[in-house]
Design a protein around this ligand. Structure first.
Ligand SMILES: Cc1cc2nc3c(=O)[nH]c(=O)nc-3n(C[C@H](O)[C@H](O)[C@H](O)COP(=O)(O)OP(=O)(O)OC[C@H]3O[C@@H](n4cnc5c(N)ncnc54)[C@H](O)[C@@H]3O)c2cc1C
Length: 277
């Protein structure tokens, strides 16, 4: 697949750490990709593994020198090859913020274990520090955020992963624009990156759907307009304000619909779906 040339201008603010340009459709001249290797499978070594919840685990991969820095929101594909030669591949969003330019990148991928799944249980049960798996990426030219527009982030379950990359990047840039993250999760034990989120204080809202922590003001229940109204209001009318919604198909549909009902323009709501749930 040929890479596509960058947009002429994104109107990004200067000094935003120079992330690579957006690919765009409707190319006039197709040029060789700036980094032709990025769509090729490459070995990546697991340098660390850490448990996020009883069913979610982060894998930290060291990528070969020269690998392109990602833009928050992008994902990698992982390919596994069985001894009989059969292969399976799945996409996993990048949870980490882009590293410093010129560093050999390490990326954090956070994987929910789907009990009857083909790839996620394999990663959880059989991939350890020192192992090597094949990765390809980073991919994604629409569900990405460069740190230069006000953002409302809404994630359900593992859908928080690409939003975490955005939150971490925002923090690394010195919180240059308004940002609010809303996470919907079934129980307190299911919350990814819990300590880091707690440290963000008022910029993060956690909505519990089945069991809330003791003393929580909000009883457990599905994400509603009431949960989002006070989050969205300050963003209405802010130039460039964009919402990123990520989660299972049902969650993504409901959350994006609520954002539009609360006044965000449909074109300002970007959605990534991870699975059926
Ligand atoms: C762009 C993109 C980014 C993604 N990023 C992440 C990520 O950061 N972390 C992550 O854990 N997953 C992520 N996913 C989902 C991931 O690619 C796999 O689909 C998921 O790990 C299941 O793969 P599996 O082989 O274990 O299950 P499969 O063998 O593919 O599926 C087994 C069963 O589980 C169901 N299922 C599949 N995915 C889910 C799901 N997410 N929730 C509930 N049921 C499901 C299937 O319908 C099927 O019934 C992403 C998907 C996309 C498209």
């Amino acid at each position: 697949m040929t890479d596509l040339p960058p947009l002429p201008s994104l109107g990004g603010s200067p000094g935003l750490d120079g992330l690579p340009p957006l690919p765009t459709l409707g190319a006039v001249n197709r040029r060789p990709p700036a980094n032709g290797a990025r769509r090729a499978w490459q070995p990546a070594t697991v340098t660390a593994v850490s448990d996020l919840t009883p069913t979610a685990r982060s894998f930290f991969f060291a990528l070969p020198a020269g690998t392109e820095r990602h833009v928050p929101g992008q994902h990698y594909d992982i390919r596994l090859t069985a001894p009989d030669g059969s292969q399976a591949q799945r996409s996993y969003s990048i949870a980490s913020a882009p590293g410093a330019r010129g560093d050999a990148p390490t990326v954090e991928l956070s994987v929910e274990r789907i009990a009857d799944g083909a790839v996620s249980p394999y990663l959880h049960d059989l991939v350890h520090v020192g192992d090597s798996v094949e990765l390809r990426g980073p991919f994604g030219g629409w569900f990405i955020w460069r740190g230069d527009t006000p953002v409302v982030l809404v994630g359900g379950g593992s859908g928080i992963v690409p939003l975490m990359s955005m939150l971490r990047y925002w923090r690394a840039l010195g919180r240059p624009v308004p940002l609010h993250l809303v996470v919907s999760v079934r129980t307190p034990e299911g919350l990814y990156y819990a300590e880091e989120l707690a440290a963000e204080g008022a910029s993060v809202t956690v909505v519990y759907t089945r069991a809330a922590p003791e003393g929580a003001e909000r009883p457990p229940g599905r994400l509603s307009a009431a949960d989002l109204a006070h989050v969205v209001r300050p963003f209405l009318g802010l130039p460039g304000a964009t919402a990123y919604v990520c989660g299972g198909a049902g969650f993504a549909e409901t959350a994006s619909q609520l954002l539009v009902e609360l006044g965000l323009d449909r074109s300002a709501v970007r959605v990534e779906r991870f699975g059926p749930g």
